[in-house]
Design a protein around this ligand. Structure first.
Ligand SMILES: C[S@@+](CC[C@H](N)C(=O)[O-])C[C@H]1O[C@@H](n2cnc3c(N)ncnc32)[C@H](O)[C@@H]1O
Length: 299
């Protein structure tokens, strides 16, 4: 059954799932060819600023019967989904999952088999540390039609709003995205490769393990003076940026009380922020602008 240790179930999602148990792919009523399946849109909602949604995302948000959305999807974006669409929160924060991944996969299948147009709304891009592949693998197994709508991933969106170009002819000819998620208190990364010069390393989910990350990079050859930044809630009106070096950043972020979601950027490009920072977080979202963005796609 759904309720087990390790997550706090969202009662609405659990009830829905229980009500529409997914049959095995080979036991679908009417067989694969004849049944009337709905459709699933796996959509990246970008790093939080509604202005960074793609036009395709805004359009399919107006077609959905039901939306399953994640923790990192901004409330302003959930608000933009078609009035009347059912809204289901499915998680997931670190160690607090509204619904485990497998149950989310099956809920999508079950809803699509009821003929619904399902919007699976995820933070950033669904294929970058988003488990999007697992979700559509399940859909593919059940023969459910789906479309993937890419989103602006945190690395590109957050870096742009922090005034940090990820590549630069003089400083970084490569850029690597890694997950800093701690497993059993450690990070299983190719430290030699990450410590190479002339590249930028972008770390998703790296805040908790930041001291370990900096320590390992230094141990494997990065100068302790390598510039590094932590960007909290980048692109949004709550954006906060702390800069330092591999040596100083862990303490600086701790002192500043930086919280997730935070992206870590390591490399010489970070120092360009001194000249290139352009974004001033503002408390008032330009809601009128957002409305004017969504109106043309409502038709
Ligand atoms: C599970 S990953 C999902 C990434 C997402 N699929 C993407 O493409 O951006 C979540 C991590 O992305 C990063 N992240 C996402 N949005 C962010 C934001 N607005 N500001 C800073 N970091 C962000 C954080 O490191 C966070 O822990």
């Amino acid at each position: 059954m759904v309720a087990s240790v390790g997550f706090i179930p969202n009662p609405q999602a659990v009830l829905l799932l229980a009500a529409c148990r997914t049959p095995k792919p080979d036991r679908l009523p009417g067989g694969r060819e004849t049944r009337q399946a709905g459709r699933v849109f796996l959509v990246g909602s970008g790093p939080g600023n509604p202005e960074l949604l793609t036009l395709r995302a805004a359009r399919v948000m107006q077609q959905a019967d039901v939306v399953l959305y994640d923790h990192l999807v901004a409330p302003e974006i959930v608000e933009m989904v078609r009035d009347g669409a059912q809204r289901i929160y499915v998680g997931k924060e670190r160690s607090n999952h509204a619904l485990p991944q497998e149950e989310i996969n099956h809920l999508m299948v079950a809803l699509a088999l009821q003929g619904k147009c399902v919007l699976r709304l995820k933070g950033g891009d669904p294929f970058i540390f988003g488990r999007g592949a697992e979700e559509i693998e399940t859909l593919a197994r059940y023969g459910i039609p789906f479309e993937v709508v890419p989103g602006v991933t945190a690395a590109t969106g957050v870096a742009a709003y922090a005034g940090i170009p990820l590549t630069h002819r003089d400083y970084a000819q490569a850029c690597v995205f890694v997950t800093g998620h701690l497993k059993d208190g450690t990070m299983n990364l190719d430290w030699e490769a990450l410590a190479r010069p002339n590249q930028t390393v972008v770390v998703y989910m790296g805040l908790l393990g930041l001291p370990l990350l900096c320590q390992q990079l230094i141990k494997h050859g990065s100068p302790a003076t390598t510039p590094a930044a932590a960007v909290q809630q980048g692109t949004t009106n709550k954006q906060r940026v702390v800069t330092g070096t591999l040596e100083t950043l862990p303490l600086a972020t701790f002192k500043a009380g930086i919280k997730p979601p935070t992206l870590i950027i390591v490399g010489e490009v970070v120092k360009l922020r001194e000249q290139l920072a352009w974004f001033e977080p503002r408390a008032d979202w330009e809601t009128a602008a957002i409305e004017s963005l969504i109106d043309p796609v409502r038709a």
